[in-house]
Design a binder for this molecule. Structure first.
Ligand SMILES: Nc1nc2c(c(=O)[nH]1)N[C@H]1C(S)=C(S)[C@@H](COP(=O)(O)O)O[C@H]1N2
Ligand SMILES: [Mo]
Length: 252
């Protein structure tokens, strides 16, 4: 059976199970096919699992919503952290020459990359929207290099199921599944509109995940860890969001 018809079958199965046998059956099917989000047993329960499972099967190769240049927001709003932490201030004062990105975990060759290293990698740009769960949004051009290339460079191992990313700022960590991590629009962003990514918008490096809500697009990223076991991180829910009642999977 080819991949597409197999996917159709599994999708049909999860959805049909939800209708006929109830959410518990859908939950069991989703588990068998590795479609349980890390927070699936949290406050959201089987409903959250069904959303994630169906979204994943339908959208794994879906393109991102892009906008024309004329729709770039004139006055984008940066939800800036305050106060800026001392380490960020120190790195900024040095023109980010001492800044490094660490890539480790389930990879064959862990990497330590400077901004100059990252700038030698293939460039991709996209005009996409940052949509905050609170209701506001803005559109910008984001320029950088796909996360997938950096993961391949590090020799990401086949058992990898999630990619965890950490910010310079405390409590900023997040994770996405490997299919989102390898999506060509999941971008290690170093530029915004016509220049370098400004610090209030997450400079020098922000992971843009344009298929999910703004909170997955972590600013000031300094550490990327591939893993086969998301439960080892924090409280095991995939990020801090589920601890506050937000969903780990934030597809839009
Ligand atoms: N490091 C870090 N990244 C972050 C946040 C944060 O507080 N710290 N806030 C998130 C949230 S909730 C949203 S909606 C977007 C806002 O993006 P903006 O600051 O570019 O407007 O950034 C996300 N990335
Ligand atoms: Mo947000």
């Amino acid at each position: 059976m080819n991949k597409i018809s197999r996917r159709k079958l599994i999708y049909g199965g999860v959805a049909a199970a939800a209708g006929v046998g109830g959410l518990a059956v859908a939950d069991r099917m989703a588990k068998r096919y590795g479609l349980i989000p890390p927070d699936g047993k949290g406050v959201y329960g089987p409903g959250e699992t069904l959303t994630y499972a169906c979204q994943r099967l339908l959208t794994v190769h879906m393109p991102v919503r892009e906008f024309p240049r004329s729709m770039i927001s004139k006055n984008p709003f940066a939800n800036e952290i305050s106060p800026r932490n001392d380490e960020l201030k120190r790195l900024e004062a040095g023109g980010f020459r001492d800044w490094r990105l660490v890539v480790d975990g389930t990879v064959a060759h862990p990497l330590v990359l400077s901004l100059a290293d990252l700038k030698t990698l293939p460039v991709h740009s996209q005009i996409t929207e940052v949509a905050c769960e609170e209701g506001w949004s803005y559109i910008a051009e984001w320029i950088g290099t796909p996360l997938s290339g950096v993961l391949r460079e590090a020799g990401v191992l086949p058992q990898t199921r999630y990619v965890v990313y950490d910010a310079l700022e405390k409590n900023g960590w997040e994770s996405i599944d490997i299919s989102e991590a390898m999506h060509p629009y999941t971008l290690l962003t170093m530029g915004m509109n016509d220049g370098d990514l400004p610090v209030p918008f997450g400079g020098p490096l922000r992971l843009r995940v344009p298929r999910q809500l703004g909170y997955k697009s972590v600013k000031f990223v300094i550490h990327i860890t591939a893993t086969d076991d998301i439960k080892k991180f924090g409280k095991g829910l995939g990020s801090v969001d589920p601890e506050y009642g937000y969903s780990w999977y934030a597809g839009i």
